[in-house]
Design a protein around this ligand. Structure first.
Ligand SMILES: Cc1cc2nc3c(=O)[nH]c(=O)nc-3n(C[C@H](O)[C@H](O)[C@H](O)COP(=O)(O)O)c2cc1C
Length: 203
């Protein structure tokens, strides 16, 4: 049987380079938000929770998304200091799964990212008490307007909003194959280690 997929897809010295390469390809083929990830956390009962966030920064050794630190996802992420995420591109028929440990990124990187957002979105970060009960949507609009009037131009980053850095200990690449003979490569390492080991998995 002919192999439908290209073995070169999975080739790389380390997984973050492969991640970046796949994301670049997805930017050309996805309808929108090629960097949207499904982020999983668990609550204090151990019940999983999952929601989409945008993966905005890929460092050589870590991934960063941005959110409200008071939100459910942030509370849960820092309850265990562990998260997992999945990124799936329908257009490429590929997915990448990441598991790892988290830390806050509330320094210069968060300031820079926040400063590059539209003023309206910056203001929304101030206005939203993310994940809290909102009884009337008008209350959110009023809060947004009131911050907007207050700030005019220079909106600083709220200290309750910033980045969460995921330091991966597992990254798994999956690509679709004919007859569901898909292909998977799992990269693993211990927390704090630089080097990775890699193995192929049955689909
Ligand atoms: C495509 C997409 C991208 C999103 N990106 C973000 C994001 O980058 N940060 C964020 O806080 N919420 C983002 N959201 C909203 C979250 O999915 C979620 O509704 C919100 O963060 C509250 O989640 P929580 O209550 O579990 O904290 C996004 C939603 C979608 C559908």
């Amino acid at each position: 049987m002919e192999s439908k997929f290209d073995e070169k897809l999975f080739v790389g010295e380390e997984p973050v380079t492969i991640f970046r390469r796949w994301l670049e390809e997805a930017k050309a083929t996805e309808v929108n938000d090629p960097d949207a990830i499904a982020l999983a956390t668990v609550d204090k009962e151990g019940l999983p929770n999952v929601r989409m966030v945008l993966l905005r920064i890929i460092e050589d050794d870590a991934f960063i998304f941005f959110t409200n630190y008071g939100s459910k996802k942030a509370q849960e992420a820092f309850l265990t200091n562990k998260v997992a995420f999945n990124i799936h591109w329908k257009s490429l028929r590929r997915q990448i799964r990441v598991r790892g440990h988290v830390e806050k990124e509330d320094g210069m990187i968060a300031d820079k990212y926040f400063s590059e957002r539209e003023v309206g979105s910056q203001t929304a970060a101030w206005a939203s008490k993310q994940s809290e009960t909102l009884t009337d949507r008008q209350e959110l609009i009023d809060r947004w307007q009131s911050y907007k009037n207050q700030f005019e131009k220079n909106v600083g980053r709220p200290d309750f909003w910033g980045g969460i850095r995921v330091k991966p200990t597992q990254i798994e690449f999956w690509a679709d194959g004919q007859y569901r003979l898909h292909d998977r490569f799992l990269w693993e390492r211990e927390l704090g280690e630089k080097s990775w080991s890699v193995r192929r998995l049955y689909p």
